[in-house]
Design a protein around this ligand. Structure first.
Ligand code: ATP
Ligand code: MG
Length: 422
């Protein structure tokens, strides 16, 4: 056991609700990504017997090769972490997590004699209950029965990983991924009592994008979740101010016109006269309260709802600036200005692109939040998007693992340190 061995064998895993990011320190800046899902193979089917498929569950890059008909898809495909939390007894979800973790570690485990397991840093949602930590450690330990993959492991909340990746001890991390958004003030450690969660993330924007596609005559395509996501990422826009953006779109239809060809297929999506709705997609994530969304709700689009999962309340409709303010105001007054002066945005849901010729009306997420906070009277603020927002949690895992000394052992009261498993 040496510091040097550890530094060479740090391995990070970010358990995102839609994307599972993983890889060893040697990857540098960019992790591998596979979808956080598993497919339960129908072992009783004649074909899987004939083809000699013995696996009960498939995960990772080859998963699409096993997909059967669409009907069985819904029953057999399991997305374990829809809200960042897994039920204690949801054995199917835990099986997927186990399989994915094994897949990730195995795909990088060196074959040399000297290898004695990775130093694994796993990152999960800020709102994950304590039993998820226990269960994950159990899974890591169990994996070693077959082959030593994990020498020691530790688990950190995602917002903390982001702060670590940027080496900023006092800040507010806003982590907005696919499933939901977490707002977490940090002053050395996360201030748990001030954490606030929104039941909105990239998937909410997908729901609106699907409605827009239906209205534009692409009802069939709107059912394919991954296609909808792609269209959203390519043509969705975040308006500086929604009303003026819509006026602009109506006055300059050719500039806002959205047309997208899907490579490798014959599909061409042309929003035509509906192109102005591109601005709705980004706005919805930040503030779904504009009256214009009402018509979608009336026509049956589900409204982001308030929900309680475990002990955490997720707000459906609260706008993002309001959520930041409520969270910061739960912290000591003296600390508040310092928190507003370092707001870090991480997660793929903050990656809204700004086409060169739409700079007047479309903005990036940091500018949007800055102006929303200004409107609410908060002045001295600095909002920053992390460098590669989808990967900042994974990067934080690597930085953390590199820095925590090998003899700093896991402590259940402090919830930090290495738990030795091999
Ligand atoms: N250019 C883009 N514009 C808009 N949204 C984007 C863009 N790129 C990625 N996204 C969205 O970011 C989301 C994925 O982000 P991320 O990988 O951070 O989520 P996750 O970690 O899987 O989920 P969570 O953090 O909620 O558990 C998806 O909804 C995706 O569509
Ligand atoms: Mg995430």
């Amino acid at each position: 056991m040496s510091e040097e061995y550890k530094r060479e064998h740090v391995f990070g895993i970010d358990y995102g609700t839609s994307d599972f990011k993983y890889g060893p320190i040697a990857l540098g800046e960019t992790p591998e990504v596979v979808e956080n899902r598993g497919y339960f193979v129908d072992k009783e089917s004649l074909m899987s017997k004939l083809m000699d498929i013995r696996r009960e569950i498939v995960v990772g890059k080859e998963l699409p090769l096993f997909l059967e008909s669409r009907k069985s898809l819904a029953e057999r495909m399991v997305y374990p972490m829809r809200n960042g939390v897994i039920g204690k007894d949801d054995w199917k979800a835990w099986r997927v997590v186990e399989e994915l973790t094994k897949y990730a570690l195995n795909s990088f485990a060196p074959r040399d004699e000297e290898f004695d397991g990775f130093y694994l840093v796993a990152s999960i949602s800020m709102v994950a209950p304590r039993y998820m930590y226990e269960k994950l450690f159990e899974i890591f330990k169990k994996m070693n029965d077959e082959k030593t993959l994990v020498k020691a492991a530790t688990i950190i909340p995602q917002p903390l990983a982001v702060a670590i990746a940027h080496k900023i001890p006092t800040c507010v991390v806003v982590e907005s991924g696919h499933g939901n958004s977490q707002i977490c003030p940090i002053s050395m450690y996360p201030i748990r009592d001030a954490v606030l969660a929104l039941n909105r993330g990239g998937s909410s924007a997908n729901i609106l994008m699907a409605e827009i596609l239906k209205d534009a005559g692409y009802g069939d395509l709107a059912k394919e979740e991954s296609l909808v996501r792609r269209v959203k990422e390519e043509i969705g826009l975040l308006p500086r101010d929604l009303d003026s953006a819509i006026d602009y779109a109506k006055a300059n239809p050719e500039k806002v016109h959205a047309r997208l060809k899907i490579p490798g297929t014959r599909i061409v999506i042309d929003l035509g006269e509906h192109s102005w709705t591109r601005f709705l997609v980004g706005e919805y994530v930040f503030n779904p309260n504009h009256e214009i969304f009402q018509s979608y709700f009336t026509r049956g689009m589900p409204k982001p709802s308030d929900i309680k999962i475990g002990d955490t309340f997720f707000y459906g409709m609260m706008d993002m600036a309001e959520a930041i303010i409520e969270s910061v105001e739960k912290c000591p007054i003296e600390l508040q200005p310092h928190l507003y002066s370092k707001i870090l945005l991480s997660g793929g849901n903050f990656s809204w692109k700004v086409p060169e010729d739409l700079k007047e009306v479309a903005v990036t997420s940091d500018l949007k939040l800055t102006s929303m906070l200004h409107e609410k009277g908060i002045e001295d603020i600095e909002v920053r998007i992390t460098e590669e927002p989808r990967f900042s949690v994974w990067r934080g895992c690597i930085v953390y693992g590199y820095a925590v000394p090998i003899d700093y052992e896991w402590n259940w009261n402090r919830m930090e340190g290495w738990l030795y498993l091999a």
